[in-house]
Design a binder for this molecule. Structure first.
Ligand code: FRU
Length: 499
């Protein structure tokens, strides 16, 4: 395939070459963010599954590092977590040099010890700040009995109330999260299964579980627990996506709050992203007491092997800080780009534009353009039915990705049907629609536009939509539109980050 430098993301991590999927074990140490990821060092499709590695000081610009944990002939290295064992409870470092422990899934082949394809949880550790890793001699540290080919994706966190570590894993095809505890990170005992009668489908996989406590509406006396799981397929936007449950965790069992009746429409469940290209969310470890920082893989298993970028295939979504707020009467996650991202945008120069009222049929080309943009705007309804913005537009107007709000139906649509190259897979879904209220008749949008993606944060992060797009080079126009009445576009602030 021909190289596609015009699709190389500027604001998102992508490896210089070859295939990448899930983010793995991200953490912060001494002011440096480390990100690992599922990586094929040898090719453009999934395989030779290893942990690639990248570092950053601002969560936007990444430096690719040597492969951290390579696949071996008899062992692939699937997704997982890194934790800092500050008190050296594992004994794998020392008090003076506390070890980092990477938990991941070993997938065994051709070994006498395990049936072909067994998945079990293992540890590699680092005593040099995450640069070099050594496999723990007692691997694997956790194996399901009887051994399973679907037991994976350990996510590990410190649980202060129990003075222990908790691990969440899945048995993917059983759509179950299994919880374990440990005090030394090496020996794990079973706590409970989470297998709600909620949104389930035969053949659906549950992957990459994440359990985190969050104060509701910022109240430290009302802490809830959020269980995030990646599901594939049958996500809200088709193919793979990220679902979550809000509930309680008592140190043993996670209990979700009231769930919709089994068989309810998927839109009744909670989804972290309503676009097609968010999967396998992972949490940065060791970031302190602030809001949790998450990052995902910007792709969809429906067509991940077909996307037309070269010489790389796979990239991460923008890291986000998450909080829990009461939205339309129930607790829900809200997401915002991290402060480091906002600082970068501010430093690169933000331009404010005056309010504009548009009438039905108006299509107003904006005086700025670019293929890497940060855009804030608020759309206030006059009597319009729909209003929105088109980004990554071509000069002749035939190409563009539209983000439009329907004030009557109260839906936001991210439409990539005319975004450029959409023909590489019949499964590349073309439009994503989500319910969203516009309190007081105003919708606010924060758009992060990159060379091959559009990320939408609506109403201060109440709704998120992430989509890949593959426009021809030079598609840098931005325009506003209104249908069926009038609307005012206000509070427009734009940073042109790439042209
Ligand atoms: C999620 C996933 C994980 C697995 C990894 C393998 O995308 O399927 O369940 O650990 O990818 O690369």
């Amino acid at each position: 395939a021909q190289d596609t430098p015009h699709w190389r993301p500027a604001l998102h991590f992508s490896p210089a070459r070859h295939w990448a999927n899930d983010p793995n074990g991200p953490f912060l140490l001494n002011g440096v963010y480390h990100l690992f990821f599922q990586y094929n060092p040898h090719g453009m499709v999934w395989g030779h599954t290893s942990w690639g590695h990248a570092t950053s000081t601002d969560l936007v610009h990444w430096t690719e590092e040597p492969v951290a944990i390579p696949a071996r002939p008899d062992e692939d290295i699937f997704s997982g977590t890194v934790v800092l064992d500050r008190d050296n409870r594992s004994g794998l470092g020392s008090k003076a040099a506390p070890p980092l422990l990477a938990f991941y899934t070993s997938v065994y082949s051709n070994t006498p010890a395990h049936p072909e394809g067994t998945q079990a949880q293992s540890i590699s550790y680092s005593v040099d700040g995450g640069h070099t890793w050594r496999a723990h001699e007692g691997n694997p540290v956790l194996t399901l009995q009887p051994e399973s080919r679907q037991f994976r994706d350990p996510s590990v966190f410190w649980y202060p109330d129990g003075q222990c570590w908790v691990m969440a894993t899945v048995v993917g095809d059983a759509q179950v999260v299994k919880l374990y505890r440990s005090t030394d990170l090496l020996h794990w005992s079973f706590l409970s299964d989470f297998q709600p009668s909620g949104y389930r489908k035969p053949g659906m996989l549950w992957e990459m579980p994440l359990l985190l406590p969050l104060p509701l509406d910022g109240n430290p006396h009302d802490v809830k627990w959020v269980m995030i799981v990646s599901v594939n397929p049958w996500s809200i936007a088709g193919g793979s996506g990220v679902e979550y449950f809000v509930g309680r965790f008592d140190g043993t069992i996670f209990t979700p709050d009231a769930l919709p009746a089994p068989g309810s429409d998927p839109s009744r469940y909670l989804w972290l992203d309503h676009g097609a290209d968010q999967y396998a969310m992972a949490r940065f470890a060791n970031t302190g007491d602030g809001n949790p920082l998450l990052i995902g893989w910007m792709n969809n298993w429906d067509y991940a092997s077909d996307i037309p970028t070269s010489p790389w295939r796979g990239q991460m979504t923008l890291p986000v800080e998450v909080a829990l707020k009461t939205i339309e009467g129930r607790p829900a996650l809200v997401q915002a780009p991290p402060r480091a991202y906002d600082d970068m945008v501010r430093k690169s120069g933000v331009h404010a534009y005056p309010d504009r009222m548009l009438k039905a049929g108006d299509h107003l080309l904006q005086p700025f353009g670019g293929d890497v943009l940060d855009i804030h705007l608020a759309i206030r309804r006059g009597d319009a039915r729909r209003a929105g913005i088109v980004v990554r537009g071509s000069a002749d107007g035939t190409i563009g990705t539209s983000i439009g709000y329907d004030f009557i139906d109260q839906t936001l649509t991210l439409d990539r049907a005319h975004s450029g190259n959409v023909g590489f897979s019949p499964r590349f879904s073309l439009a994503h629609i989500a319910h969203l209220a516009a309190p007081g008749g105003t919708l606010s949008l924060h758009l992060v536009i990159d060379r091959d993606s559009v990320e939408v944060f609506a109403n201060d992060g109440v709704l998120r939509m992430t989509d890949l797009v593959f426009p021809p080079a030079g598609s840098d126009r931005v325009s506003l539109f209104v249908e069926g009445g009038s609307a005012t576009f206000g509070a427009m602030r734009v940073a042109v980050l790439g042209k």
